[in-house]
Write a protein that binds this ligand. Structure first.
Ligand code: C2E
Ligand code: MG
Ligand code: MG
Length: 716
C-alpha cells in the first residue's frame, strides 16, 4: 500500500479505474457464464429426457415381450447422438435389459437400484434415471449418460470471448482513462504549478484557470479564494511593511537628528564649559590668565621649584597713572592701552613664563626656573623699557610707565600668598621711589609693616595725649588773588621723630577704627578754628576737611557733623567735605545716599585726588559733588607732559560741563599756575602759594594775603 502514496494521481486513477473495469467485467462474465451453464445444463437435461421418453416409448413393447434385442436396437439410435456415452434399459427387476455404450465400457454403469428417477450432474457427465411406465405401472428403468464436452467447449469459448472482451475493454478503458484523466489531473497540475510558482516567486496575483462546478472546480475556486485572501493579506502586509519601513526610516531619521542634536548640544555644552573654564581662568579684556590661573600656576611652579631646588620670581606690575588715562580719554582708549600693554608684556617673556592681569592696571608675571634673582631684575627692566615706548591708542600718542615689585622664591617666601604679598609690597616701594622703577623685596619692607603695628599703638596714645595737630593750607581764588578757604590737614607730631605723614597713619587709623575719634576731633578742631578766624575778621573763609571711607560709612556720622557744626557755631555753607574717589566708589549707592544727606545739612562736597582712583568721569554724575580737586600728580609735569596736559584739559572741560568747581592741587611753580589760569581755573592749592601751616601762621597769611604765587601771577 505504501507504494500507492508515491505514485501519481494519474496512475492511481488509471489503476483504480482499471481494477474497477476488470472486476466489473469479471463479474459480468461470471454471471453470463453461470447463466449460460445453467441454460446448457437444462438443455442437456431436456434432451436426455426427450431421448429417454422416446426410448421408453419404443422399448415398452420389447420389455413387455422380453425382447432385449429390440430394446438394444432402440438404444441403437443413441449412437447418432455424439454426446451420449451410454444408455441402459433395466427391467422391472432392475436387471439390465439392454444397453448401449459408445466405448463399450460397462464399468461405468450404475446399479439400477441405486438411482431413482433423477437427473444428476457430475463434473464431466450427466446421469438421467427415468422409469418406463406402462398403464400406470413401472415396467422398467432407463439410464442415460451424457458427457458435458459440448458444455465445456461452449464454456471455453465463452471464456475466450470473456478474456478477449476483458482485454479489449481494459485496453479501451486504459486509452479512455489516459485520454480523460487530464480532466481531473490537469486542473490539479495547474493548481500545483501555480502553487509552486507562488511559493517560489511570491506572486500572489496568479490564479488557477477553471470554472467547473465539480469538486475540482470548487477546489480551484477555494484555492483562488485563498489566493485572494493571501494576496489581500500580502498587500496589507506590504502596506504594513511599507508603513513600518517608513516609520523605521522616520524614527531612524529622528534618532539621527536627535543624535546630531545631542552631539551638537554636547559640543555646545563642551564649548560652553570650555568658554566658562576659559573665562574662569582668563581676563576677558586681554585674554591673559587671571588671578585664579596665576595662583594655580604659581602653586605648581612652586612645587617644581621645591623639588628641583630652583629659583622662581614673582613680578607685581602696576601701570603708573593708568586710571587717569582711562578716565580722561575714555574706557575704550584705556582698554586698548591695556591690550597693547598685555601684548608687550608677553613679548618680553619666555615660553614657560606667565603674565596675568589681576584687574585694573595690575599685572603679575611668574618667572619659573630663573638662575639668579638678577634675571628677574633684567626682565623687569626689559618690561619697563618695552612699556615706556610710546603707543598709539585711538588717535592718542600715549606714554605709559610701570612700577615693578619683585619677590623671589625661596628668599622672599615659600608659598604663593607670601610671594604675591611681598611682590605687592615691593611694587609700592617702587612707586614710592618715583614710579617707572623696579624694587626687589627686602625684609626691611616687612619691617615697615611691623612698624605700622607699632604706629597703631602710638597713634592711640597720640590721640589720648593730644599729639595730633591740624595744619592748614590755603586755597587760592586766582581771580581775586585772595585766600578763599583753607584745607585742614592732619599732622601727628612724634616727640623726637618729627611729623608722621597722614598718608602713613590714616590707613592705620582706618584699620584700627581710631579714625572715628580722630575724624571727630579733626571736625571739631577745624570748625572751632574756622569760627575763630571768622570772628577775627575773615567771615567768608571756608574750610575743607578730609573724610575717610570708614568715617563716611558709619551711620552716626551725620549726627557727629551736625553736633560739631552746632558746637562750633559756624554755618554749614562754609564747610566743604573732601572724599577721595576710592571712598566714593567703594559703595556708590550708600555713599551717594550719605552724601545727599550731608548736602541737605548745607555743606558742600568735593571729590579729592581726582584721577588717581577707580572712578570714571561719568560716575561723578551719580554723586552730589560740588567740586573736584585735580590731583597733584597730573599737575607736576604740566605743561611739559603732553598727556598730563591733555588729561588736565579733559578734566577741566568735564567739570565745566557738569557745573562743578575745580580746585587744582599741587601747584608748585608759576608755569603750572599760568597754565591753569589760561585754562580758566579759578581755585588752586599748592606749595607755590603755601605749604600746610599752623593755625597761627595761617592767620598771619590771612592778614597779609602775601601769597607768593599770586604776586608772581600779578607780576606776570
Ligand atoms: P590731600 O587731601 O590731597 O591733601 C593734599 C596733600 O597734598 C597734603 O599732603 C599737602 O601737604 C600736599 N600738598 C599740597 N600742596 C602741594 C604741592 O604743591 N606739592 C606737593 N608735593 N604736595 C602738596 P598731606 O598733608 O601729607 O596729606 C596727605 C593726605 O592725607 C591728604 O591728601 C588727605 O587725603 C589725607 N589727610 C590729611 N589730613 C586728613 C584728615 O584730617 N583726615 C583724613 N581722613 N585724611 C587726611
Ligand atoms: Mg584733601
Ligand atoms: Mg588731594
Amino acid at each position: 500500500m505504501q507504494v500507492l502514496y508515491h505514485i501519481s494521481i494519474r496512475h492511481k486513477l488509471t489503476m483504480i479505474i482499471m481494477i474497477i473495469v476488470t472486476i466489473s467485467l469479471l463479474l459480468s462474465s461470471l454471471a453470463f457464464i453461470t447463466s449460460d451453464r445453467l441454460y446448457t445444463q437444462k438443455n442437456v437435461g431436456d434432451n436426455l429426457r426427450i431421448m429417454a421418453d422416446m426410448i421408453a416409448a419404443n422399448s415398452t413393447a420389447a420389455i413387455l415381450f422380453g425382447d432385449s434385442t429390440a430394446a438394444a436396437e432402440t438404444l441403437g439410435f443413441l449412437g447418432a447422438q455424439n454426446n451420449i456415452e451410454s444408455g441402459v434399459i433395466y427391467d422391472v427387476d432392475h436387471e439390465i435389459f439392454a444397453r448401449y455404450s459408445k466405448t463399450g465400457n460397462t464399468e461405468l454403469l450404475p446399479d439400477s437400484t441405486a438411482h431413482d428417477e433423477n437427473l444428476l450432474f457430475w463434473d464431466d457427465h450427466v446421469d438421467l434415471f427415468t422409469n418406463i411406465n406402462y398403464q400406470g405401472e413401472v415396467i422398467g428403468n432407463i439410464y442415460l449418460r451424457s458427457d458435458l464436452q459440448a458444455a465445456r467447449d461452449r464454456l471455453a469459448w465463452f471464456l475466450g470471448i470473456v478474456l478477449a472482451v476483458l482485454a479489449g475493454s481494459l485496453l479501451v478503458a486504459y486509452k479512455m482513462i489516459s485520454g480523460m484523466q487530464h480532466i481531473i489531473t490537469a486542473p490539479l497540475l495547474r493548481l500545483s504549478a501555480i502553487a509552486r510558482c507562488i511559493s517560489t516567486e511570491r506572486n500572489y496575483s496568479l490564479r488557477v484557470q477553471g470554472s467547473g462546478k465539480d469538486e475540482l472546480g470548487t477546489l480551484i475556486h477555494d484555492f483562488n479564494a485563498m489566493l485572494d485572501e493571501i494576496q489581500m493579506r500580502d498587500e496589507q502586509l506590504k502596506d504594513h511593511r511599507h508603513e513600518l519601513e517608513q516609520r523605521v526610516a522616520q524614527r531612524t531619521n529622528e534618532l539621527e537628528q536627535a543624535n546630531r542634536q545631542l552631539a551638537s548640544s554636547k559640543e555646545q555644552a563642551e564649548s560652553v564649559a570650555k568658554r566658562m573654564e576659559y573665562h574662569a581662568h582668563h581676563d576677558a579684556l586681554t585674554g591673559l590668565p587671571n588671578r585664579v590661573l596665576l595662583n594655580d600656576r604659581l602653586h605648581s611652579e612652586l612645587s617644581h621649584a621645591c623639588r628641583d631646588q630652583s629659583m622662581l620670581a614673582v613680578l607685581f606690575l602696576d601701570l603708573d597713572r593708568f586710571k587717569l588715562i582711562n578716565d580722561s580719554l575714555g574706557h575704550a582708549t584705556g582698554d586698548q592701552l591695556l591690550r597693547i600693554v598685555s601684548g608687550r608684556l608677553k613679548n618680553c617673556l619666555r615660553d614657560g613664563d606667565t603674565v596675568a592681569r589681576l584687574g585694573g592696571d595690575e599685572f603679575m608675571v611668574l618667572l619659573p626656573r630663573i638662575s639668579s634673582s638678577s634675571d628677574a631684575g633684567r626682565i623687569s627692566n626689559k618690561i619697563i623699557e618695552e612699556l615706556s615706548q610710546s603707543c598709539s591708542c585711538n588717535g592718542h600718542d600715549l606714554h605709559i610707565t610701570t612700577s615693578v615689585g619683585i619677590s623671589i622664591y625661596p628668599h622672599d617666601g615659600t608659598d604663593t600668598e607670601t610671594l604675591i604679598k611681598h611682590a605687592d609690597i615691593s611694587m609700592y616701594r617702587a612707586k614710592e621711589l618715583g614710579r617707572n622703577k623696579v624694587a626687589y623685596f627686602t625684609q626691611e619692607m616687612n619691617l615697615s609693616s611691623r612698624r605700622r603695628l607699632a604706629l597703631e599703638t602710638s597713634l592711640r596714645k597720640a590721640l589720648a595725649n593730644n599729639q595730633l595737630k591740624l595744619f592748614y593750607q590755603p586755597i587760592i581764588d586766582l581771580a581775586r588773588n585772595r585766600i578763599a578757604g583753607v584745607e585742614a590737614l592732619l599732622r601727628w607730631e612724634l616727640p623726637g621723630s618729627g611729623f608722621v605723614s597722614p598718608r602713613d597713619f590714616i590707613p592705620i587709623a582706618e584699620e584700627s577704627g581710631l579714625i572715628a575719634p580722630i575724624g571727630e576731633w579733626v571736625l571739631r578742631s577745624a570748625f572751632a578754628q574756622l569760627h575763630e578766624w571768622h570772628t577775627s575778621g575773615f567771615p567768608d573763609l571756608t574750610i575743607a576737611v578730609n573724610l575717610s571711607s570708614v568715617q563716611l560709612s558709619r551711620s552716626g556720622f551725620a549726627n557727629i557733623l551736625e553736633s560739631a557744626l552746632i558746637d562750633s557755631g559756624i554755618t554749614p555753607a562754609c564747610v566743604e567735605l573732601e572724599v577721595t574717589e576710592n571712598v566714593a566708589m567703594k559703595n556708590i549707592e550708600s555713599t551717594s545716599a550719605t552724601l545727599h544727606k550731608l548736602k541737605k545739612m548745607g555743606v558742600t562736597i568735593a571729590m579729592d585726588d581726582f584721577g588717581t582712583g577707580y572712578s570714571s568721569l561719568s560716575c561723578l554724575r551719580q554723586l552730589p559733588i560740588d567740586s573736584v580737586k585735580l590731583d597733584k600728580s597730573f599737575v607736576c609735569e604740566i605743561p611739559e607732559n603732553k598727556e598730563d596736559t591733555l588729561i588736565a584739559q579733559a578734566i577741566i572741560a568735564m567739570t565745566g560741563s557738569l557745573n562743578m568747581s575745580l580746585v587744582v592741587e599741587g601747584i608748585e611753580n608759576v608755569k603750572q599756575l599760568n597754565f591753569f589760569r589760561q585754562q580758566g581755573c579759578t581755585l588752586a592749592q599748592g606749595y607755590l602759594f603755601s605749604k600746610p601751616v599752623t593755625a597761627d601762621a595761617m592767620l598771619e597769611l590771612l592778614h597779609n594775603q602775601t601769597i607768593p604765587g599770586s604776586l608772581n601771577l600779578v607780576n606776570n
